[in-house]
Design a protein around this ligand. Structure first.
Ligand code: FE
Length: 191
């Protein structure tokens, strides 16, 4: 049996991924597949498509960290997801995931009108996530190497709540993931 990370992730999409996306009208899996489809349509790098696809794996917290599921809160899902993905993926995949919540807080601080475009659920979690960034935090965010990628990911994240959207199946993105998987110090391991 193929027990590599891509199979593991596929199983998560097929199981816990079918639950609600924090009060939105789409499932978590559909939301992430929509984000990946938007990234693909924007013709960005495979790594950034993968980041869009995987940006909320941290919401699968019960599975990947052993902690209980979230209840309308944000228990650092961006860090949890990025750390989990770092077992197999390089920083060009993991760091936009890590910074996608920070990107929301950044845009709330620097872009007039951005907050008004957010879904009610996203506005609700903003407060728990620290609210809009201070000027000092925004400057620090801009200095992050993955800031630009995280901002692009954030736009797809915000747009990926359409219950009527036709999303590609997870399998559509599997080849992209398989090419990106790497193991620290283990060449040619099962992908
Ligand atoms: Fe999301």
């Amino acid at each position: 049996m193929d027990s590599g990370p891509v199979r593991t992730i596929a199983r998560l999409f097929a199981t816990v991924g079918t639950s609600d996306y924090l009060g939105e009208s789409v499932s978590q899996a559909s939301h992430m597949l929509q984000a990946a489809a938007l990234a693909e349509a924007a013709r960005v790098s495979p790594a950034l498509i993968a980041a869009a696809l995987l940006h909320d794996v941290g919401h699968f917290t019960g599975v990947i960290t052993g902690r209980g599921p979230m209840r309308g809160t944000d228990n650092r899902h961006s860090d949890a997801g990025a750390d989990w993905l770092a077992q197999w993926f390089a920083p060009d995949v993991t760091e936009p995931v890590r910074l996608h919540v920070a990107a929301k807080r950044y845009l709330c601080a620097v872009e007039p009108g951005y907050l008004d475009t957010l879904s009610p659920a996203s506005v609700r979690t903003l407060r728990i996530q620290g609210g809009p960034m201070s000027p000092r935090e925004a400057t620090a965010f801009e200095a992050e190497p993955a800031a630009g990628a995280a901002l692009r990911l954030r736009r797809w994240d915000d747009a990926a709540n359409d219950p009527a959207a036709k999303v590609p199946p997870f399998g559509h993105f599997e080849p992209v993931l398989r090419r990106l998987v790497r193991y620290r110090g283990v060449a040619g391991a099962t992908r």
